[in-house]
Design a binder for this molecule. Structure first.
Ligand code: ATP
Length: 292
């Protein structure tokens, strides 16, 4: 297996919040969606990968290299696209591109010009006058023009209107046609991932609750709905995010076959969306989630 990103036993503590023993890996040529509610630890994990904050423990290997010791070599091949205005506001798009370009030995000016055209980037406009969607596309054009093999994107679609979001997702799908590239993409908008993600990693309270292929997740998990009388001490053990009221219950189950065996025809089994999986696994109440 050719892992482009491999995180092993990563921990980081910030007083009240801590990332606990994070393990995940991403293969070359795939898109991983990194989902979790607000404050789950997504940005912290990304900052640790980018070596913007120091880890307490663990190992992060990117392209097989250590992210601290080999930082320069690693960063040449990473495109970091994130959701804050990190640009010099007064510069124009062209001026900023010219400032960034010398830092990358593999810069491809022809590709930048092509992307600028495809994305309709206004080269003469000051950064401060770009819309959020345009800033995101500019950031992506910079990343692709320096030959990034791994795109790390922190909430790239948040705050974008549905049209621009869709456009951005289509661009990502095109990027991934090049089998050498991989994308690690954090979001709390799960519908973005329905379309593009190959793998899903879910983080909650600083812990990875699951990390697997999207198809496996959507095929194996199911929502169980039924009357209260169908719940027993044994069959409730496998239920995730169980909600009960006086009429009945609903919960998520990790294994559709197991749910069929346990409940038979007495309940309704529904196919969950990624959003359902996120909501059931992270909401209060009884949870029972394995770490894959
Ligand atoms: N520098 C810091 N010092 C102290 N606490 C921090 C620091 N950075 C983040 N935290 C805390 O760590 C927790 C996780 O934050 P993080 O930004 O990683 O979450 P997130 O999953 O990206 O959330 P969101 O979707 O809201 O951006 C939060 O409780 C946050 O307050």
């Amino acid at each position: 297996m050719d892992n482009i990103l491999e995180i092993t036993n990563l921990s980081k503590s910030y007083g009240e919040f801590s990332l606990k023993n994070i393990n995940l890996s991403l293969k070359r040529g795939y898109i991983m969606g990194f989902i979790g509610p607000n404050g789950a630890g997504k940005s912290t994990t990304i900052k640790l990968i980018m070596n913007l904050v120091k880890k307490d423990e663990g190992q992060i290997r990117i392209f097989g290299l250590d992210h601290e010791k080999d930082e320069i070599a690693v960063k040449e091949k990473i495109g970091f696209v994130y959701d804050e205005n990190h640009f010099y506001d007064e510069l124009t798009v062209r001026e900023l591109k010219n400032m960034i370009r010398p830092f990358y030995s593999r810069w491809d000016e022809g590709l930048f010009q092509k992307l600028a055209k495809d994305f309709n980037l206004p080269l003469k406009k000051q950064i401060k006058h770009l819309s959020k969607g345009m800033k995101m596309k500019f950031s992506l054009a910079l990343a692709l023009s320096h030959g990034a093999e791994l795109l790390i994107m922190d909430e790239p679609t948040s705050g974008l209107d549905p049209l621009i979001r869709n456009e951005l997702l289509e661009i990502l799908q095109e990027v991934i046609q090049d089998e050498d590239k991989s994308i690690f993409f954090s979001t709390h908008i799960t519908s973005d991932l329905d379309k593009v993600a190959d793998f899903i990693t879910l983080i909650h309270n600083g812990e990875i609750l699951l990390s697997t292929t999207k198809d496996e997740l959507l095929e194996q998990y199911c929502i169980v709905k039924g009357g209260k009388e169908t719940l027993s001490e044994t069959n409730r053990e496998d239920l995730i995010g169980l909600k009960e009221n006086k009429y009945g219950f609903e919960a998520l189950c990790r294994n559709k076959r197991e749910a069929m065996k346990r409940f038979g025809n007495s309940v309704i089994l529904e196919k969950p969306t990624l959003e359902d999986i996120l909501l059931f696994t992270t909401r209060g109440g009884r949870t029972n989630v394995s770490s894959y």
